[in-house]
Design a protein around this ligand. Structure first.
Ligand SMILES: Nc1ncnc2c1ncn2[C@@H]1O[C@H](COP(=O)(O)OP(=O)(O)OP(=O)(O)O)[C@@H](O)[C@H]1O
Ligand SMILES: [Mg+2]
Length: 234
């Protein structure tokens, strides 16, 4: 595996046509978390809003190093570009477009693993239908994994359980056990060009629970996909 010659070349798309469900937030933290573990990571901004590119620009202007590559391909050649580039990386993370059905679809065409983030708003859960139809259509001729991720949620609330149960009975996608809670650190870190792994609050403290949950998400993806961990490979 990640001997620096042969790459894993796994493409993970954070995809949901519904806007504002944490595709960009998850993409950036997932990409950075994987790079911290020693994988070679490419983060592809596949959204004309270019939020991931904006984040990388803020970071660059603040003079903060970044050990992963960020590019923008919010165009109809998204799948082709990713297919060309993936041989050079262990992971390509695509931050999919919101509200753009064709670009949402192309991120799914390009991926080996589709992660569909959802909040616990019933409106978001209903609006996920179009994205799941794209996943189903593409899975009818090419096999790839797809999962729901509950993100930006409060796990202790009743609505969390209700929407989670509704998703489980309504759609065939497995729901990841890992959950990303609603935490201000997630919004604040990106604004500073940082990730959850680096961000410190006004008291100089990192949000350890948030870091743990992103690490748990990475562990779960690696384990469900049978991807050997770097520390196990060396
Ligand atoms: N776990 C979280 N806790 C708190 N706020 C969050 C969390 N995840 C995302 N957010 C906030 O929710 C908003 C939407 O997140 P984000 O931009 O990542 O969603 P998106 O799906 O990429 O949106 P779009 O479809 O517009 O691209 C942002 O303001 C972000 O800071
Ligand atoms: Mg986004």
């Amino acid at each position: 595996m990640s001997t620096k010659t042969e790459k894993l070349s796994k493409v993970i798309a954070l995809t949901n046509q519904k806007g504002g469900v944490s595709k960009t937030t998850t993409s950036i933290n997932l990409a950075f978390g994987l790079s911290l573990r020693g994988y070679d990571v490419l983060l592809v901004d596949g959204d004309p809003q270019a939020s991931a590119l904006d984040w990388a620009t803020v970071r660059d202007e603040a003079g903060i190093e970044l050990d992963l590559t960020v590019i923008g391909v919010p165009k109809t050649n998204l799948a082709k570009e990713v297919a060309k580039l993936k041989a050079n990386y262990d992971f390509v993370i695509i931050d999919g477009a919101g509200r753009q059905s064709e670009l949402t679809r192309l991120a799914i065409v390009a991926c080996d693993i589709a992660i569909v983030p959802n909040t616990t708003s019933p409106l978001d859960a209903w609006a996920t239908k179009a994205t799941l139809e794209s996943i189903n259509e593409i899975q009818s001729y090419r096999d790839f994994s797809s999962y729901f991720l509950l993100s930006g949620v409060k796990t202790k609330t009743k609505i969390f359980t209700e929407v989670k149960d509704w998703l489980a009975v309504t759609y065939p996608l497995p729901i990841l056990d890992s959950v990303i809670e609603l935490r201000t650190a997630y919004s604040r870190c990106l604004g500073e060009g940082l990730t959850i792994f680096e961000y410190k609050d006004d008291h100089g403290k990192k949000d350890k629970k948030a870091i743990d949950e992103v690490n748990a998400l990475i562990d779960e993806i690696l384990s469900r996909e049978n991807i050997i961990k770097i520390e196990e490979a060396v």
